[in-house]
Design a protein around this ligand. Sequence first.
Ligand code: SAH
Length: 213
Amino acid sequence: MVQDRHLDRRLTMVRRQIEGRGVRDPRVLDAMRTVPRHRFVSRTLSGDAYKDHPLPIGSGQTISQPYIVALMAEAAAIEPDNRVLEVGTGSGYGAAVLAELAASVVSVERHRKLANSAAQVLAELGYDNATVVCADGSQGHLPGAPYDAVVVTAAAPSVPSALIDQLVDGGRMVIPVGPATFSQNLTLVRREGDETTTERFCPVRFVPLVEES
Ligand code: SAH
C-alpha cells in the first residue's frame, strides 16, 4: 500500500513537474517514473520525496529538484550503450536515473558518508551498472574515461578542462556554471574533436563543486 502511494506520487510528479514543463524524451520520462526517489532521502523526509524542490541529504548537501534531474538527463542525450560520468553523487538518485538510461555510470562523491550510503541504496535497488567512487570529481575519473556524457551536479566557476578531456569525440557535458554564492546557468558543452561548443539553457542554483587540488 505504501509502495502504491509512492508510485502515485511519482507518476503525478512526472506528469505535472516534468512533462508539464516540457521534458519530452520518453526514455527520460520512463526513468523518472521508475526510480524510487523516496529511497534516496531519509525516512523522515520520504513523504516529501516527490515534491517540486530539493531536499537536505546530510553533510550540508541536497538532492536536486526532480525537474532539474530530468532536464539535465535530457540535455545529456544519453543512449543505451553510453558510458556516463556523474560528478557529485550526493544521495545517488541522479546516478540511478542515469543508470536507467546508460550502459554504465561512474559517479564520484567527495563525502565518504554520502558515497557509502548512495552505493548501498544503489546496490539494494539492483543498479549493478552504477559504481560510486569517493574522490575529488573535479578531475573526473580517469580509469573509466572516456565518457559519452558527463553530468556535473555541483556548481563550477568555469568548465573544468579535465572533464572535457575525458569526453569522447561527440560527447556531451551538462554542468551548472557560475559563482557558487549566486545562481548559475545549466550549460551544455559538446566536444567535437578538439573544439567545444557551449550553450546555456536554464538558470539554476547548486551547491559548489569543491576543488581540492
Ligand atoms: N546528484 C545528487 C545531488 C548532488 S548535490 C543527487 O541526486 O542527490 C552535489 C554533490 O556534489 C554533493 O554531494 C557534494 O558533496 C558533491 N561534490 C562537490 N564537490 C565535489 C567534488 N569536487 N567531487 C565530488 N563530489 C563533489
